[in-house]
Design a protein around this ligand. Structure first.
Ligand code: FPP
Length: 247
C-alpha cells in the first residue's frame, strides 16, 4: 500500500470518465484513434493498480450513447479497438481475477463487439479480485427511463404496488443492479462535467478532476485521486460534528 494512503479507507467502487484521448493525440500531431489506442494502455495500468489497491469495482465510461454521433471512422475504430483489446487482454484479465461486466445498451453494439464481450463475461464470471464494469452505449437518462418503464410494468401487472416503489426496487431495475454506488468519480482532461454518467448512482460520490489526459493516466494519478478522496469528509447530509461523533 502506498504510504500516503489509508488502507482501511480505499473506495470500494471507483468510476472513471476517461477523457482527452483526442486532444492528447492532436497535440502530438496524431489522429484521434491513436489517442484511443494509447488509452487502452491507461485502462490496463489503472486496472492493475486498482486490483493492487483493493478496489472492488472499477467502472469505465468507454462509449456513451451520444458517442454514435462522432465521425463514422472514429466510431468504427473504437468498436474494433474494443474487440481487439478484449481479445488481447482476456487471458491477463482472467489471470488477475478480473470479472468483466457491462452497463448500457450493449446488445445494440456491432455483432463482433457483443460476441467478444459475451465471451469475456462468461469466461471471467467466477473471478473475484475486481469487477471491471464497462459502460458501453451508455446513457444514464435512458437507464433511468428503462427502470421507470420496468417498474411501471410491474405495477401494471400487479406484481408491485405503488407504495412498494422504493429506493431498493428502483435500484434493482437499473443496469447497475447489485453494484454498490461509486464513492469516487474521476474525470480526466480538465473537464468538469458528469456527461450523462451514473446520475442516480453518483448522488453522494466524491468528484475528482485531473488535468491529465486519459492516455497519460497511470497508477500515480489513481493514488492521487484516492488520496484526495481520503481527505474529504463525507457527511451524507449530516453536520461535521455528527460525522465526528458518529451520531
Ligand atoms: C474520451 O476521449 C474517450 C472515449 C470516448 C473512448 C474511450 C475508449 C478507450 C480508452 C479505448 C477502449 C476502451 C476499453 C475499455 C478497452 P475523447 O475522444 O472524448 O477526447 P477529447 O475530449 O480530447 O476529444
Amino acid at each position: 500500500m502506498p504510504k500516503q494512503l489509508d488502507s482501511s479507507n480505499i473506495p470500494k467502487h471507483i468510476a472513471i470518465i476517461m477523457d482527452g484521448n483526442g486532444r492528447w493525440a492532436k497535440a502530438k500531431g496524431q489522429d484521434r484513434l491513436y489517442g484511443h489506442l494509447s488509452g487502452v494502455d491507461s485502462v490496463r495500468e489503472t486496472l492493475k493498480a486498482a486490483v493492487e489497491l483493493g478496489v472492488k469495482f472499477l467502472t469505465l465510461y468507454a462509449f456513451s450513447a451520444e458517442n454514435w454521433g462522432r465521425p463514422q471512422q472514429e466510431v468504427e475504430g473504437l468498436m474494433e479497438l474494443l474487440v481487439s483489446s478484449i481479445h488481447g487482454e482476456l487471458s491477463t484479465m482472467h489471470e488477475n481475477g478480473v470479472r468483466l461486466t457491462t452497463i448500457g445498451e450493449v446488445n445494440k453494439l456491432p455483432g463482433a463487439c457483443v460476441e467478444s464481450l459475451n465471451e469475456a463475461i462468461s469466461e471471467t464470471a467466477n473471478n473475484t479480485n475486481i469487477n471491471l464494469v464497462l459502460a458501453l452505449n451508455y446513457s444514464s437518462r435512458e437507464e433511468i427511463l428503462f427502470a421507470t418503464r420496468a417498474i411501471a410494468e410491474q405495477v401494471q401487472g400487479n406484481v408491485l404496488n405503488i407504495e412498494e416503489i422504493s429506493m431498493d426496487s428502483f435500484e434493482n431495475a437499473l443496469y447497475t443492479k447489485g453494484i454498490p454506488d461509486p464513492e469516487l468519480v474521476i474525470r480526466t482532461s480538465g473537464e468538469h462535467r458528469i456527461s450523462n454518467f451514473l446520475l442516480w448512482q453518483l448522488a453522494y460520490a466524491e468528484l475528482h478532476f485531473t488535468p491529465v489526459f486519459w492516455p497519460e493516466f497511470r497508477r500515480e494519478h489513481l493514488i492521487e485521486a484516492i488520496y484526495d478522496y481520503q481527505r474529504r469528509e463525507r457527511r451524507f447530509g449530516k453536520t461535521s460534528e455528527q460525522v465526528i461523533s458518529g451520531t
